[in-house]
Design a protein around this ligand. Sequence first.
Ligand SMILES: Cc1ncc(COP(=O)(O)O)c(C=O)c1O
Length: 368
Amino acid sequence: MHRVWADIDKSAVRHNLGAIRQRVGDTRVMAVLKANAYGHGAVEMARLLVAEKIDAIGVGDSGEALELRDAGITAPILIVGGIIPGEMPRVVANDIEVNLHTVQMAEELNAEAEKQGRKLRVHLKVDTGMGRLGMQPFEAVPFLHNMRRLRNLELVGMCTHFSLPYERNPAFTTRQIEHFNLAVEVAERLGYRDLTLHSSSSLAVFGRDDAYFNMVRTGIALWGLLPGDAQGNADQLKPALELKSRILFIKEVPEGTPIGYSRTYYTPAPARIATLPVGYNDGYRTSLSNKAETLVRGVRCPVVGRVSMDYTTIDVSLVPDAAVGDEVTLIGRDGEDQISLAEVAAWAEAIPYEILCGLGRRVARVYM
Ligand SMILES: Cc1ncc(COP(=O)(O)O)c(C=O)c1O
């Protein structure tokens, strides 16, 4: 029995992978398992997806990559962002693919691979408008030309990243695709063959079928969501995670009773207040204070007072038979009603990704 836990429905993840595959056809799929698979548990999700014949895994840094290697995951792993020099020895030693962003980085990696007597598989990241990582297209041309002398690096792919997830501007994405295509053309003219080309994250998978190239990189869609205004498309997906806690304590209080730190809430009438053992340490943020709702016995019960490190208080006056030990749904379905992750994110003034990635260590992951 857990105080706070996430039920993770593996069949929903399989379903979502199926929906992605249906969308992209023969295009390969990389599962982005950064940030502990967006809170779903990287090792468990990697095992599931490898069993489903996922083509590649994306992670955020060498620590995440090694966690998977140590768990026996032998599938191709790419660090989809950047690495710092201190990470180079272990990425080379553990056969972790990386994106190249600068000439200097390529030279340092080549030297490390030479030192270890290995050849490292690398992808060239082209910055077509995200402005975060990667070479500008004009830098990529001389780089590709000179790359051949780096004998301990093997260029296996090229990629770019769209800035679209939080703002739809189809024309901008089209320009990003065009710039990426130009860089790919140069690589092909220089004789690079069989490159894995990838640009699309979840939103583009469900909105830009002109940008699949030969691999897509999906994170959030695997967990059953799409960012922002693409929610409509999410009908084809199933949310995989529900966040639950249970009532630890209940009290009846008179009108005018202050609840929680700083007394941000006074009961407007006599009320039944329940205390849940979940707080901001678990990723249930203080910004949810006096805004979020929960489900108790299928009935919406509001969060009242300020969320603290370990506890949250809710008003269960509408559920007269609510009792200590009752399950409380913070994200997910209970009976007829459902609290979606998007709803919680909106209450928290966050994006759904932040809520998932912010789930704390203390939240038990229960796989179903
Ligand atoms: C480079 C890169 N590719 C793909 C993804 C996956 O994005 P999404 O979860 O929107 O599918 C991310 C996520 O942040 C990313 O940084």
